[in-house]
Design a protein around this ligand. Sequence first.
Ligand code: GDD
Ligand code: MN
Length: 355
Amino acid sequence: MSATVSVIVPTYNERDNIPELVRRLDKAMSEAGIEYEVVVVDDNSPDGTAEVAEELSKEYPVKVLRRPGKLGLSSAVLDGVKVAAGRIIVVMDADLQHPPEAVPRLVRAVLEGCDVAIGSRYVRGGSVEGWSAFRKLISKGATLIARVLLPQARHVKDPMSGFFAFRREVVESGDEMNPRGFKILLEVLVRGNYGRVCEVPYIFGTRLAGKSKLGTSEIINYIVHVLNLSPHYVRFMIVGGIGTFVNLGVLLALRAVGLIHAVASAAAIEASVLSNFELNDRWTFRAHRSGGRLGRLARFHLSSAAGIAVQWGVSNLIYYELLQNSLIAQLVGIVLGFVVNYTMSKKFVWGLGKH
Ligand code: GDD
Ligand code: MN
């Protein structure tokens, strides 16, 4: 007898929560007539969560996966998927902030054709209970960052949700997931293979017992994680933004020591080309490096030539023909040069086609 649905519950020090979670889940699933199993993925919790879960497995369909130490939430979920038997995977927290009674609705959404069904606090009918204004702000800010930087999250109201269900093929036939980080749903949305995403409202409750594991370091990790998930053009733009500072800094410095605009402008452009190359090679297109570094550097110069020509031409045209402001002239040049640069270098330096 194999279960249709596997509910993956990552745990770290959740001894006091897991019995009530399992009881309520069992009741909700039996009432809905859904065959299920629970997969508790415990990271050797010092409070003995795993033993409590083992005890529950005598009475309920509970599997316990024990890992040697605290290896993180995302990797716990991915390891849980490997031992799960269900066609449909549900991910939820152990602390009852995700109501077990809402699980059947998520499952039903998947059965009705959603590849990914997200338990959502930010669609009509959903909400959060007992959060300070500060915690709300953090959550909204993080949500905004994800929606701005990740095209796949743009239409999702609650991409930060830790409560969701999906057909297992979504992760099995998609790109390799990164097991680090806290936001497994973002991984699924960016690297998964799916068509339809739905959001199902629920009310995010207060923790039953114990405390949250989300701290400052998680926030920093989060931003790094989102940037690493972002598409090439976003990273190329961030690199270009940094390059702009390099460019303008060098320009102002050289003008200050008395160089004429034409020369200072050229040197500043070269400085930014070098810094852009380093960052794009080590970060933006890291996974697409082939051949020697010097070869790529040379090709980056060649493929930037058009962009550089546009930059330098526009900058000098504006400076000498339109208005004598070095900064404005250079800035307009940079913006127009950017588009040319991205298109050319993506293709000719790191060998990527159109996407
Ligand atoms: N196995 C394992 N390993 N479990 C972990 C780990 C870990 O390293 N870290 C946390 N967990 C478990 C907790 O025991 C809990 O069951 C669940 O993961 C979520 O952890 P919480 O500490 O309760 O997180 P939260 O309430 O701050 O954040 C939750 O809500 C956010 C929405 O605001 C998570 O679901 C987030 O993913 C979600 O974005
Ligand atoms: Mn929680």
